[in-house]
Design a protein around this ligand. Structure first.
Ligand code: TXA
Ligand code: MG
Length: 322
């Protein structure tokens, strides 16, 4: 059962404990409700994907208190700093390069070398981040394929029983997701339009801003980065549904009856959530052309989180376009 909790000091403190312990809490932001989990906890982040029932690992927005905290996770250019100073806290999400020592789960980036950061303005969201003592990864608090939630009742409609708690902050004031701007290049690119417009961003920076051209017509979602070719793929060839490694290959097993020459096991107990939590870090660790000729992966059941894991593995195994 999902508990609906009043956002009193005590309620927020309890929600913070749930997050710090790896649980999932939906909470209000000024845009829409977020489905939160600790962004530096692989299993909590895997739990977010599980609760949403997403067939893909779309990268998630990480919610922080402000620039000082964000600086520890990502590299800020002068331009990014200006945007944070102008629009944070508020409905602006910036896609930035991850720091090399970034403590955030690789799963929040879905294997990309970037991370999306936003400092929400909603007082309950801010109090919750502080109470958790962790940055909070949060996609919109709705099951995959349904409309974003702008009230606690919307959250419960699709997520009841799938998350631990909902902080009841009433209706969201903006009701539209944050603007997402990619600031990893020289010219900022709007990946998803939102309350903060390209004109406002352009005015603050005194430069032009590009809009992402290839957006889907029917929704406000950005081009799903999971579909972009820039999405991280190992440099080594990946072979799927392998029951054992061939000479020179690293082998990623799943479950108890792994071959003796297994290099890594996504989950010794066959737990898909654990497998999801280890997927990206395992691919990164084994992508060693100096040690291996390729990466062979055991077959993963096509159920629950297995669907998203297999989707990602198929992309990793697809022939590379130069
Ligand atoms: O207003 C909002 O942004 C709400 C509240 C909860 O903060 N959150 C939200 O999250 O709309 P979500 O997951 O529904 O949308 C986040 C979008 C995804 O479409 C994802 O593809 C994109 O952000 N995104 C996240 N990280 C990214 C990255 N590293 N590069 C490009 N896009 C990214
Ligand atoms: Mg969404």
């Amino acid at each position: 059962m999902t508990e609906l909790v009043e956002p009193t000091d005590k309620g927020i403190e309890r929600a913070g404990h749930v997050l710090a312990g790896g649980g999932l809490v939906a909470f209000p932001t000024e845009t829409v409700y977020g489905l939160g989990g600790a962004a530096d906890n692989d299993e909590a982040v895997a739990g977010i994907y599980e609760a949403k029932g997403r067939p893909q690992f779309n990268p998630l927005i990480v919610h922080v208190l402000g620039l000082e905290e964000a600086d520890r996770y990502a590299l800020f250019t002068e331009m990014a700093r200006k945007l944070a100073q102008a629009f944070w806290p508020g409905p602006l999400t910036m896609v930035l390069p991850r720091r090399r020592d970034c403590p955030l789960s690789l799963l929040v980036s879905a294997g990309l070398e970037t991370v999306a950061l936003r400092a929400p303005a909603h007082p309950i969201a801010r109090a919750l981040i502080a109470a958790a003592g962790h940055p909070i990864a949060a996609p919109s608090a709705n099951a995959s394929g349904t409309v974003s939630a702008t009230g606690p009742d919307h959250v419960l409609k699709t997520l009841d029983g799938r998350i631990d708690m909902v902080l009841d902050g009433g209706a969201c004031s903006v009701g539209l997701e944050s603007t997402i701007v990619d600031v990893t290049g020289e010219v900022p690119v709007i990946l998803r339009p939102g309350g903060i417009t390209a004109e406002e961003i352009s005015t603050v920076l005194g430069t032009e801003v590009h809009a992402h051209s290839a957006r889907k017509k029917d929704e406000t979602a950005p081009m799903a980065p999971g579909m972009l070719t820039s999405h991280y793929a190992p440099s080594l060839p990946v072979r799927l549904n392998a029951s054992s490694p061939e000479a020179g290959e690293a082998y990623i097993a799943f479950g108890a009856d792994a071959p003796s020459d297994t290099t890594a096991n996504l989950s010794e107990t066959g737990d898909l959530k654990q497998a999801a939590s280890r997927l990206f870090s395992t691919l990164h660790a084994l992508d060693r052309p100096d040690l291996y000729s390729g990466i062979a992966v055991a077959s993963i059941p096509e159920t629950g989180l297995g669907v998203a894991i297999n989707d990602r593995l198929k992309r990793a195994a697809a022939p590379k376009t130069p």
